[in-house]
Design a protein around this ligand. Structure first.
Ligand code: ATP
Ligand code: MG
Length: 201
């Protein structure tokens, strides 16, 4: 009985392995990719920063531009600025738009941050560029889609880019090689639990 079950399992695993092997064999192209991490759930930026660490761990270089985030205390930024000073890290200084309510200031800050991003997107020593919360720049129209897409499309072939932020546009999703929509099944905040240092920021 259990022998028969083992045999069935073995057969099923053999079939699965053949399928996986076939897919692996088909993936022959080697180039950097555009990844979009969007959706309303938690885990987009932390995944982006996790990929930066993964990249640095292999001895590659990475660069980061954080849009939207103000200059307040932020664990990933503290860590990278203190421990990895060689990593270019630019933070758009204006803070959340609903706090500042000053569109001209938002546009000026976005322009500065985007110039930094354009610089990184031309640097062929970088294996990965993280553009954290870039979707809002597009959504609010602070920088034209044309300008953003052109820099993304003309980046070095080996460079990967991660864009995070809610509500990624259809055009951005179309351009991306990998799109992950993080679902918001539950969030502790809605149960009245305060955002936690080292967990949420
Ligand atoms: P993280 O930075 O933790 O990976 P994220 O990038 O997916 O989160 P954002 O939309 O950028 O999420 O929001 C940033 C902050 O808001 C984080 O502190 C996060 O915990 C919190 N947050 C994320 N999703 C939710 C949610 N659905 N409800 C309330 N707060 C949330
Ligand atoms: Mg985020």
């Amino acid at each position: 009985m259990s022998e028969e079950r083992n045999q069935r399992h073995k057969k099923a695993m053999e079939r699965r392995k053949a399928l996986v092997d076939e897919k692996v064999a088909q993936a022959t192209e080697e180039r950097g990719i555009l990844i979009v991490l969007t959706g309303n759930g938690k885990g987009k930026s932390s995944s982006g920063f996790g990929s930066v660490v993964r990249c640095l761990g292999h001895g590659y270089k990475a660069g980061i531009v954080q849009f939207i985030k103000g200059t307040w205390d932020c664990g990933e930024r503290n860590f990278i600025e203190q421990r990895c000073p060689e990593v270019p890290y630019h933070v758009m200084g204006s803070g959340f738009t609903w706090e500042t309510q000053d569109r001209d200031r938002d546009i000026a800050a976005a322009e500065q941050a985007w110039e930094k991003a354009e610089e990184l997107l031309q640097d062929d020593s970088l294996h990965l560029v993280l553009l954290d919360e870039l979707t809002y720049v597009l959504k609010y129209g602070w920088i034209s889609q044309e300008r953003i897409f052109s820099a993304l499309q003309n980046r070095p072939a080996e460079m990967s880019v991660i864009v995070t932020g809610r509500a990624a546009s259809a055009a951005l999703r179309d351009m991306a090689d990998t799109v992950a929509e993080v679902g918001d099944e539950k969030h502790a905040f809605r149960a009245g639990i305060k955002a936690r240092r080292g967990i949420d920021w």
